[in-house]
Design a protein around this ligand. Sequence first.
Ligand SMILES: Cc1cc2nc3c(=O)[nH]c(=O)nc-3n(C[C@H](O)[C@H](O)[C@H](O)COP(=O)(O)OP(=O)(O)OC[C@H]3O[C@@H](n4cnc5c(N)ncnc54)[C@H](O)[C@@H]3O)c2cc1C
Length: 591
Amino acid sequence: MFLGQSLVQVASLVIFLSTVLPPTEKDPPGVFDRPLEDWYDYIVVGAGSAGGIVATRLSEGYEKVLLLEAGGSDLENDETKIPLLWSALSNSNLDWKFKTIPQTHSHFANKDKVSIWPRGKCLGGTGKINAMALIRGNPKDFDTWTKEGAVGWSYSDVLPFFKKIEHIAFNLSTYNEDLRGRNGPLTIVESRMTMLEYFHEQAAQELGFNRIDCNSESQLGFCRIQVNIKKGERCDTASCYLRPALERTNLQVHLNSHVSKILFDGKVAQGVEFSKDDILNKVYARKEIILSAGVVGSPKILLLSGVGPNHHMNDIGVPVVADLPVGENVQDQMAMHFQVAINMSLATTSQKIMDTENILQYLFFREGIYAQIGVDGMVFVNLDQNNEEPPDIQLIFLGLSYDKGFLDSFYYKEEVKEELAKRTDPNSFVVIMNLLHAKSRGTITLSTTSSSDKPVIDPMYLSDSDDVETFVKGIRFLQKLQETKSWKSIGATLIRHDTPGHCSEEEYDEDDYWRCMVRHFANQANHQTSSCRMGSDDDTTAVVDPQLRVKGIKNLRVADASVMRNNPSGNTNGPTMMIAERAADFIKNSK
Ligand SMILES: Cc1cc2nc3c(=O)[nH]c(=O)nc-3n(C[C@H](O)[C@H](O)[C@H](O)COP(=O)(O)OP(=O)(O)OC[C@H]3O[C@@H](n4cnc5c(N)ncnc54)[C@H](O)[C@@H]3O)c2cc1C
């Protein structure tokens, strides 16, 4: 068939679809353009995973709430709704596109040794561009927060708030139903990309890891992935909390409103300054200001406002309001990707993704591969012999093949990509190894006092060599999977990824070879936390107290991923949403 004829067919299909498919959702007219008032009861900064919840909950009563978001409407980009397209949203018009400074201990195979930090900039924030995996973290993680002085954050304290978020829409009969929520706004379903899930579950079982609910008491086992997806579309805090509340007259949401600083009267937070359409505005809060601008945004606003380490404030010339370790203790997990070749075509290739049948299946029924996030289950492992909670690594099995399309998603140097392209194979799948409790700590600082300049992000990945050793132990565990009958039945074999100048000179499979590979190829994990960490009053690493109030300041709280005491075992959206629910509860009970 010549090209002209196929174009005619595609065009007629598009015309037909536009007449039969429901129209795309539009913002209610005028809802984001209500005139600004001078005073509100609460001002929430940032409409991301946390801010969407905080504003929704605080506006359940009669108090006036203003929610300020730097980005625009999430409906400007339809791709945010389609689960499989989540990775295409990084580096899109909805991304702040942060980059770290060149790293000295890691990221050696990346361009300029930098790490890319996507963060969502729109209604929904990073929850609008993330992969939608819901993992709460390990009960022991939260017990440790409390033991270290963040009193009130033990597992039994936080469990009701995790449940409050969830509307579990999958069969819980083989799990502990009492630990899961049924009536929350966020629909959670179990998801699977391909039949490979069966082989991973069997392989894990051979190594003693049975199927469990990883959002329950124990995480040590094989788990199906749980995702916040409703009727085949992303269900994040913007679409499932905030949008249903948008018509409330006491809730006002201002988009494209970039907050530059908090306005203080002495040690009392009074209002915020923000720019919209090049106009500088000031608004004031009768009761409280809640910063939910995320792990980069919240410390940045605090530093610009004079809340930060004395020495840094002096360096950049901002008068000090409170000397607090803002932007210190930055943590992330780290992720390393492995290509596993198999002897049959079971994974989803880039070509299969473009298949018209798959596209139509999603457009008509909201089903098929586009309604999945690409994951075929995961295993949490504690690498010590005694195998106690919490786990140290998480292996995520992707049902995607390591092909050219997949390789393109990395920020590797061109020569590295060229080498790896020779090894791509549609008959393969990918395993991501997440280092859950990295010991390395980094910083977020300012280089200027202009709010439009990006902050300086230096996570100092792998500056603690224990992190490298944990990865090496994790790789030895991964190699055990290769020896299972289940993986052998599909010929699952790890493919080498060293390239000239990037560990190819090391003796293959020696510990030093893997240490080198970790420093060259491990990347950030998108689970950044703790830039405004919580802790007791006498904890010199803490920015907020256990009720999330900025220490020494009145009427100012932080509620988002930045307050996490430490990174929990798993991903960070679940804990962030729990923190937001807790923050709203603290505020309502502090009246
Ligand atoms: C690519 C990717 C995939 C991920 N996948 C998962 C996953 O599958 N599961 C999981 O649990 N976690 C995942 N995460 C992490 C998770 O999404 C985040 O931890 C979580 O969304 C953080 O929420 P937050 O409320 O702290 O910040 P955000 O959601 O980033 O919200 C901050 C909001 O504040 C706004 N803002 C910032 N500065 C200002 C300002 N000056 N003025 C006004 N507004 C401002 C931002 O635009 C944004 O809307 C992923 C992250 C990424 C980047």
